[in-house]
Design a protein around this ligand. Structure first.
Ligand code: PEP
Ligand code: MG
Length: 298
């Protein structure tokens, strides 16, 4: 289990001035759940489903999707679980389904890929609709660039929900939220009023904003999730989401890095998704910071 052996921890984290910060888990693999203590997290903030499917047969198997989502809901024990739809293509190919190694990260990936292969999106939507009837499950859409993509995916969920209900299957329409990882979407967040919530994907937001590929070591100094341009966009996005009364959090890896926490708190973020083995560090750093990101004196 990932847990600190010193002081007892709970799912609630507080800044030095007493502001509650929600810390959720980032999960890449269902097997990982057995190693993570759910008591340390407020549910799952990001479940990457592309790594759960290792073959075309698995990606196209609605029951397999459903079972994994149920497993995550059981693990969370009533806390919200945010499942991200398949982010295939770009740097995440799945041979036989889509994408190829070395493909551009600005090509057919994430929601673009799902809308180009709607049969895949429909399978996943059905599993998500069924699982959402069994617990608090939210759906996150990767690589959204324009509001029409959100609308198109919502239409797929509506159609699949109607079809399942006609067959007498129990479903629940989950909250559907947008990942903020493409600069155009980040700048225009106010246009996404149909997004139930938002989550910053700073791993990608940084690469697109800085024009520096995340896997390219030759531009590693430019690829900086905490660059002033990225932080400015985060500040703007938080303000836009608040004006729309929509929750906004972060599921990029920078929220697992203590050195970035002051900037993220100062930007107004209060919900962080964290890599499980960093939870103790993140919690203790937050406890020493004020909610404006400054260190607590004395
Ligand atoms: C991100 O881009 O910040 C993110 C969480 O998604 P991924 O790392 O899977 O692209
Ligand atoms: Mg991403």
């Amino acid at each position: 289990m990932y847990s600190a052996d010193s002081e007892p921890m709970t799912a609630t984290s507080r800044t030095a001035d007493g502001i509650a910060i929600r810390l959720s888990a980032i999960v890449n693999d269902a097997a990982e759940l057995a190693l993570i203590d759910p008591a340390l997290f407020s549910g799952v903030g990001l479940m990457r489903t592309e790594f759960l499917m290792t073959s075309p047969a698995e990606a196209l198997d609605e029951e397999r999707h459903y079972e994994i989502y149920r497993q995550a809901l059981r693990w969370a024990g009533g806390a919200p679980v945010t499942i991200r739809m398949l982010d295939l293509g770009g740097d995440k190919p799945l041979p036989g389904v889509g994408g190829k190694t070395g493909e551009s990260s600005m090509g057919l990936r994430g929601i673009r890929f799902l809308l180009a292969r709607p049969e895949l999106a429909r399978i996943q939507a059905r599993a998500l609709l069924r699982a959402a009837a069994r617990g608090t499950l939210d759906v996150l859409l990767p690589m959204v660039t324009v509001p029409d993509e959100l609308e198109a995916m919502r239409a797929i969920f509506e159609a699949e929900s109607d079809a399942l209900i006609r067959r007498g299957v129990e479903v629940h329409m989950p909250e559907i939220g947008v990942m903020v990882e493409v600069p155009a979407a980040a700048l225009m967040l106010d246009r996404f009023s149909r997004s139930a919530f938002f989550s910053f994907g700073t791993n990608d937001l940084a690469q697109y904003l800085m024009a520096a590929a995340r896997e390219d070591q030759t531009v590693a100094t430019l690829y900086d999730a905490a660059a002033p341009a990225v932080l400015r966009l985060i500040v703007q996005g938080v303000a836009a989401a608040e004006a729309m009364n929509r929750p906004i959090g972060i599921c990029g890896e920078m929220a697992s890095e203590p050195r970035h926490l002051p900037g993220l708190l100062a930007a107004g973020l209060r919900h962080f998704s964290v890599v499980p083995n960093r939870i103790a560090d993140v919690r203790s750093v937050i406890a020493g910071l004020r909610s404006d990101g400054r260190a607590q004196k004395g």
